[in-house]
Design a protein around this ligand. Structure first.
Ligand SMILES: [Zn+2]
Length: 400
């Protein structure tokens, strides 16, 4: 056999293994006969691949299925705990780590404080230390670790594993792969945090059956992850979904990007905190005045006050939601998505503002683009990006 033919055969074998594995994942439990039927492989070829995967320990025989005439078939499913992935979500205040197996089962989930200085090298040291701890804690064989996904609040070059610009972190042109030295053989993936959320929603969240959707994350910054025809939309240079820098008020405040009146200056939690401080300074009647040190006002204090019936705090949230609604109506007009998923900090106050936001979208977007739109809060909550970043290596493994 020539070298090239051997290479082709190996490729074909791996390709067929991936197809079979993904079929098992999608169906949860499936027989050899069904796998043969669905993949178009002969029963013998499918049987050989199943046996190889059983031998590798990636799958397991889980029980007996219904008979379709004749003997009842043995069902096969992914073997829990046979392969792993790790997801890391980074933000100004925290680092979130998720350990997941190939069945998308969450084995460990933890939150760490982000080093205050946000110095990139220091952050990477903290993360590597925590990854090693997690690997040791569960006695993981690194040969079974499919990869580590990083979710970053900023523009990334996912092909080169680099952060191009993350203004809130103060990072520019930093190389995650190069600084992840502890486990040099482990595959590293880098993704924008909102896109990581979208990947999470598509794999295990509320967009599993949906091909066209946008996840909008609202917290210290605002970003979005766009899926078109079932795939992440990355544009020409990989920089898409920067909804936070959509100009909604040309006469507005200066944004961190250098422009004026970006959505971030109207709807991010940092902006809401600034608004609250301003109100307190102006002496507006509000429970926020009870906070002794004005610098102690956080997004949480605004949300708590609003929930306790404070009108001024409630108006800050509603006002921010109004601008968010305007920006979303533009997205609806341009992309005509089936669903908009709102996540991160937003889920903590969506009960107060979601109806108002929907009204704005219905009022401002074209009737034809918005008539079937569903606008909802994230089901994965604030964990969506961490889960999504752990899912990236799984997606690659399953050939997605
Ligand atoms: Zn901006």
């Amino acid at each position: 056999m020539t070298k090239r033919m051997a290479g082709n055969n190996r490729f074909l074998k791996e390709f067929n293994q991936t197809v079979i594995l993904d079929m098992i994942r999608v169906h949860k439990a499936i027989s050899r006969a069904e796998l043969s039927k669905l993949t178009g492989l002969s029963p013998t070829a499918a049987g050989v691949i199943v046996n190889e995967l059983l031998e590798m320990g990636y799958i397991t025989e889980s029980g007996i299925g219904e008979s379709k005439g004749g003997r009842r078939p043995v069902l096969i499913e992914l073997r829990p705990g046979s392969l792993y992935s790790i997801g890391i979500d980074m933000d100004v205040n925290y680092i979130s780590l998720v350990l997941m197996d190939s069945t998308s089962r969450i084995i460990e989930e933890k939150m760490l404080a982000m080093p205050r200085t946000l110095i990139f090298e220091k952050v990477m040291k903290v993360i590597q230390h925590e990854v090693k701890n997690t690997i040791n804690k569960y006695y993981l064989d690194t040969d079974r670790l499919l990869g580590i996904g990083f979710s970053v609040p900023g523009m990334v070059d996912s092909r080169e594993c680099k952060v191009i610009f993350a203004p809130n972190m103060g990072w520019e042109n930093v190389d995650i792969k190069q600084h992840f030295t502890e486990l040099p053989d482990i595959k590293v993936y880098v993704e924008n945090e909102a896109m990581a959320s979208a990947i999470g929603e598509n794999w295990i969240g509320c967009c599993q059956e949906i091909s066209n959707f946008v996840c909008v994350n609202i917290k210290s910054g605002v970003g979005s992850g766009i899926f078109i025809n079932g795939k992440p939309y990355r544009g020409a240079n990989g920089i898409t979904g920067e909804i936070g820098h959509m100009v909604v008020d040309p006469n507005g405040l200066k944004c961190r990007c250098g422009n004026y009146g970006c959505l971030e200056t109207k709807t991010s939690s940092s902006y809401m905190v600034e608004q609250a401080k301003k109100l307190v300074k102006e002496g507006i009647a509000s429970k926020l005045n009870d906070i002794e040190d004005i610098e102690e006002i956080t997004a949480k204090s605004i949300i708590d006050s609003a929930k306790a019936g404070d009108e001024a705090a409630r108006n800050i949230l509603l006002d921010a939601a109004r601008f968010l609604g305007l920006a979303i109506s533009n997205i609806v007009n341009i992309l005509n998505p089936q669903k908009i998923v709102l996540g991160k900090e937003f889920i903590n106050y969506s009960d107060i503002v979601l109806d108002h936001l929907k009204e704005i979208v219905m009022l401002k977007a074209l009737r034809q683009s918005s008539k079937d739109i569903e606008i909802t809060e994230s089901m994965l909550g604030e964990r969506a990006s961490a889960l999504g970043s752990a899912i990236i290596p799984l997606k690659v493994f399953f050939g997605k």
